[in-house]
Design a protein around this ligand. Structure first.
Ligand code: GLN
Length: 552
């Protein structure tokens, strides 16, 4: 008989944005470090089929998996906190996907003439999706998007209620995250919102097994007892999720309070305590860096930091590898367009991230020109690389109206263009290059290691993509003759196509653009080599390097 799987459902109450994703990811990390084969799933109650079409302003960044699935940014947290868990299209699904499957089956006559209903058909589909995701693991941590009480979340809550009943109480655990606000005028932590949120859960048949309360302090025993009494659970099942300086502190705080011990005990999992030594060493560097480096991130979503979540985390990882704190300086590209470049003078390196659409483009190009001519380390990601190619084409290769077909369709100097095969496809939705592709790294250029090889130390790599446009092979010879170094390429021998994956400049301390998204592969314990080298170069850039006070 197949081994019984264990399920942990993480739900949230009171408010959104109190850290459900990080809580789930932290549980994943702690249980995986106990040697358990863990997987993680995000269920989102909205109707979009996936977040691929949503604006970053609406939903934060879109996290892309190897198989090309466009997912929610929480999958990014899951991946960063775990080491071995594998994620694919089964690890994230929305109400839209669930309904799509149900409706397809209905059209195919799969319900044998029955009336198709939310219960049992939609809830069954949700349970099937959960079980399919956990196939290759022993334990799944499943986060339910939204907050208890949302109308659209109800089928998901009903499905997980049924799972406890059907899989056995000892195999399913409900962890509920609530907010415990400290009210200064009363001088105490207020438990009422938590009580109400648990009441709401219990009304739909779910009794939380552990309560995790977001607070700005550790919760004292008497408060835990009060919460336990009113929420119907032992006080030793109430835990604090206190505000943390770094998200990577969170699992350590949980472990200190024994959250993972209690969960293991409740699920009847017998393992040793987790080995947290490497994680602790990493967190220690975050809190006690030897150096500091300022990185300018030039983008148009600068007011909405979640749009660049993976990039800002990857910068932290690259910093840790260099014993440095990275201070991100968000620079609005539209401000640069107005001609005020002063913010660029204050940073040690410039990063231009990915993006879509024309707004803010010329400001980013100005920032790239500044990095190229001032010899400031530059890292261009996806759109950032495309703009670096445009800047080079205009200012070095003499193609003075170089542009991208994304912004100037029909322009005769589009150094960034659709591939010929894409041009025939009328539906733009079908033309994205999504997911993992192989890349061949150029080892040497003019007898010297390329920056790319210097980072990866090997020639064959795989990286994740999410874009539509490419460096035009028509202009490639002209660009290369003018000094642009192609240091990574994707070769599809069958189709006879070669695509530019990385570009750099030879006479520059560190200037690299990549068509893929390296930030989707970086983990704190396994930082991405391009981020490590970019931070190293920015630290080396010397002239503006600031040392932390008291550290020589
Ligand atoms: N807009 C560009 C493209 O579609 C870049 C995309 C990105 O940066 N993710 O190719």
């Amino acid at each position: 008989m197949a081994k019984q799987k264990k399920y942990i459902f993480v739900t949230g109450g009171v408010l959104s944005s109190i850290g459900k994703g990080i809580t789930a990811a932290s549980l994943g990390m702690l249980l995986e470090q106990r040697g358990i084969k863990v997987t993680m799933v995000k269920m989102d109650p909205y109707l979009n089929l996936d977040p691929g079409t949503m604006s970053p302003f609406q939903h934060g960044e879109v996290f892309v998996l190897d198989d090309g699935t466009e997912t929610d940014l929480d999958l990014g947290h899951y991946q960063r906190f775990t080491q071995h868990a594998k994620f694919n299209k089964k690890n994230s699904f929305t109400a839209g996907r669930v309904y799509e499957a149900v409706l397809k089956r209905e059209r195919a006559g799969g319900y044998l003439g029955k009336t198709v209903q939310v219960i049992p058909h939609v809830t069954d589909q949700i349970k099937d999706n959960i079980k399919a995701a956990v196939e290759d693991a022993d334990l799944a941590i499943i986060e339910v998007g939204g907050t208890v009480g949302d109308i659209e979340g109800l089928p998901f809550f009903e499905a997980i209620r049924q799972m406890k009943h059907q899989e056995g109480a000892e195999n399913v655990l409900f962890a509920h995250l609530t907010l415990l606000p400290y009210i200064a005028t009363a001088g105490e932590l207020k438990t009422k919102p938590t009580q109400h949120s648990v009441k709401e859960l219990r009304e739909i048949g779910i009794q939380p097994d552990v309560l995790i309360c977001r607070t700005d302090r550790v919760i004292e025993k008497d408060v835990k007892e009060k919460i336990g009494l009113f929420c119907n659970l032992p006080a030793d099942c109430v835990f604090s999720a206190r505000d943390a300086e770094s998200i990577y502190d969170v699992p350590l705080f949980f472990a200190e309070e024994g959250l993972d011990d209690r969960i293991a005990e409740k699920l009847g999992i017998w393992t040793g305590r987790p080995d947290l030594s490497k994680w602790k060493a990493m967190v220690d560097v975050i809190h006690h860096p030897k150096k500091e480096v300022k990185i300018g991130i030039v983008g148009k979503y600068v007011d909405w930091k979640d749009s660049y979540k993976s990039i800002s985390e990857s910068l932290v990882h690259g910093g840790v590898a260099n014993s440095a704190r990275v201070v991100p300086v968000y620079i609005d590209s539209e401000e640069l367009e107005k001609g005020n470049l002063s913010k660029l003078e204050d940073v040690n390196g410039i990063l231009v991230p990915g993006g879509f659409g024309e707004r803010g483009i010329e400001g980013k190009i100005k920032a790239i020109e500044y990095a190229r001519t001032e010899k400031l380390p530059f890292f261009g990601i996806c759109l950032g690389m495309q703009l670096a190619v445009i800047e080079f084409a205009r200012n070095v290769a003499g193609l003075d109206h170089a542009n991208s077909a994304e912004f100037k369709p029909g322009n005769d100097q589009n150094v960034i263009d659709l591939m010929d095969s894409q041009k025939e496809v009328k539906d733009l939705g079908g033309t994205m290059r999504l997911g993992a592709y192989n890349c061949l790294v150029t080892h040497k250029h003019n007898g010297k290691n390329t920056n790319a090889f210097g980072a990866y130390g090997k020639e064959k790599i795989s990286e994740r993509h999410r874009h539509r446009f490419e460096v035009s092979n028509k202009f490639r010879p002209r660009l290369e003759e003018s000094g642009l170094v192609v240091s990574g390429k994707n070769v599809d021998a069958e189709k006879g196509v070669e695509l530019v994956e990385m570009v750099e400049l030879a006479d520059h301390p560190w200037f690299l653009g990549c068509q893929f998204h390296p930030e989707l592969m970086s983990r704190p314990l396994d930082p991405h080599p391009l981020f490590v080298q970019f931070i190293k170069a920015s630290l080396d850039s010397g002239k503006k390097q600031t040392r932390l006070k008291g550290i020589s």
